[in-house]
Design a protein around this ligand. Structure first.
Ligand SMILES: *[C@@H]1O[C@H](CO)[C@@H](O)[C@H](O)[C@H]1NC(C)=O
Ligand SMILES: *[C@@H]1O[C@H](CO)[C@@H](O)[C@H](O)[C@H]1NC(C)=O
Ligand SMILES: *[C@@H]1O[C@H](CO)[C@@H](O)[C@H](O)[C@H]1NC(C)=O
Ligand SMILES: *[C@@H]1O[C@H](CO)[C@@H](O)[C@H](O)[C@H]1NC(C)=O
Ligand SMILES: *[C@@H]1O[C@H](CO)[C@@H](O)[C@H](O)[C@H]1NC(C)=O
Ligand SMILES: *[C@@H]1O[C@H](CO)[C@@H](O)[C@H](O)[C@H]1NC(C)=O
Ligand SMILES: *[C@@H]1O[C@H](CO)[C@@H](O)[C@H](O)[C@H]1NC(C)=O
Ligand SMILES: *[C@@H]1O[C@H](CO)[C@@H](O)[C@H](O)[C@H]1NC(C)=O
Ligand SMILES: *[C@@H]1O[C@H](CO)[C@@H](O)[C@H](O)[C@H]1NC(C)=O
Length: 290
């Protein structure tokens, strides 16, 4: 799926001569990324023991991503311990997950040298490592969001209200799925007014207990509705959960209601077809930060 990122630059050559230009760069949604290097204190990766542990950890994560959508591990002993994990969004297949995590582990090592903790988000996955245990704790920062720059058409009615109602309901439903393979991942597609389909996705990281998962999703939804409830699509990734929505003109036949097993299937033909509709609509695209 290709789209366009708007890059703007403003140069002042002297106090009298300023040049402003904007260019559109074609990027794919899967190229979106955001890196957070945390805790620069200390010389974590210059220390050979820690460095070796971290490299082993990242290499293991990269290898494991061809087998599952989630993995976590701990390497090293005592003060040399490093914890790490990756999570792929529930609707990508193994090939996409593996490619995303591979790139992420390379980028995180390159960009966050000497940091005791780092987190990198892509549209399809996230990778994280830390010298502190974090697997079951609820954290809401650092987060990142991306959204369409195209607004919802007026004909969509009270979209903001429908969005928060529908996603609130999906969050409640997802809390009942605690034993699934990709924990708490749920995708819902609902048609409104026979005009458009709203696709809602929620997902938590494994080892987060259901109550904390629900809290994480509710907070993420709050952020998402605050920034983006008048956009055609938006996506927020926090350390423990993700929430996203997308809209499609419903020129296609109604979708079968997703059931539990369906919701774990990899990108189906419906998604690809509807993705083509979106390509036309989302030709302008922007990166934003919280
Ligand atoms: C590296 O991380 C910094 C934040 O720590 C970020 O501003 C920058 O864009 C990142 N670069 C890459 C290539 O990830
Ligand atoms: C790295 O850490 C060690 C022990 O914490 C310290 O002795 C050393 O000075 C540090 N080196 C650098 C370059 O910061
Ligand atoms: C990951 O796979 C590569 C290639 O198969 C291998 O060389 C490397 O040792 C593996 N890493 C770990 C930590 O198992
Ligand atoms: C992942 O983390 C959980 C929770 O701490 C732990 O029980 C599990 O053993 C870890 N998995 C691996 C492969 O280390
Ligand atoms: C490496 O780091 C560990 C703890 O992070 C520390 O115990 C050890 O002394 C460090 N080694 C060097 C050579 O700095
Ligand atoms: C995985 O998904 C990607 C992107 O949707 C697609 O291009 C690719 O063909 C899929 N691979 C398999 C093996 O299904
Ligand atoms: C929920 O998250 C909080 C904050 O990280 C943590 O202290 C608590 O133990 C978690 N609850 C459960 C039941 O794990
Ligand atoms: C749906 O169609 C309307 C009017 O035809 C258009 O303005 C809008 O951008 C389309 N939305 C999407 C998501 O394709
Ligand atoms: C979900 O769909 C699958 C096949 O599409 C079907 O076999 C299964 O019974 C359905 N599950 C429920 C709970 O409806």
């Amino acid at each position: 799926m290709e789209t366009t990122k708007k890059l703007s630059a403003f140069f002042c050559l002297s106090s009298l001569l300023c040049i402003f230009f904007t260019m559109n760069q074609v990027i794919s949604k899967s190229d979106l990324m955001d890196t957070f290097c945390i805790g620069s204190s200390g010389n974590f990766t210059r220390n050979t023991t820690c460095n070796t542990n971290l490299n082993t950890l990242l290499s293991t994560l990269s290898n494991q991503s061809s087998l599952a959508n989630y993995y976590n591990l701990t390497t090293g002993l005592a003060s040399d311990t490093v914890h790490g994990m990756f999570l792929c969004t529930g609707d990508v297949n193994r090939t996409t997950c593996n490619a995303c995590v591979k790139t992420a582990t390379i980028e995180i090592a390159k960009n966050c040298t000497n940091h005791r903790e780092a987190i990198i988000y892509y549209f399809d996955c996230m990778v994280r490592y830390s010298d502190k245990f974090f697997l079951s704790t609820l954290e809401t920062k650092p987060s990142t969001f991306w959204s369409s720059t195209d607004s919802i058409p007026k004909s969509f009615g009270k979209f903001g209200q429908r969005l928060s109602d529908k996603m609130g309901e999906v969050i409640v439903r997802s809390s009942l799925l605690s034993s699934s393979f990709t924990p708490y991942y749920l995708m819902d597609t609902t048609r409104f007014d026979d005009k458009y389909d709203l696709e809602s996705i929620v997902q938590c990281s494994p080892y987060l207990d259901p109550r904390n998962c629900t809290t994480c999703l509710k907070l993420a939804l709050q952020e998402l509705t605050r920034c983006c409830s008048d956009q055609l699509w938006a996506f927020i990734f926090t350390p423990k959960c993700l929430v996203s929505f997308d809209t499609y003109n419903s020129s296609l036949p109604p979708l079968p209601p997703p059931n539990r097993s369906d919701s774990y299937s990899i990108r189906g033909s419906n998604k690809l077809l509807r993705g083509m509709v979106l390509d036309v609509a989302a030709s302008v695209f922007a990166l934003r930060r919280l």
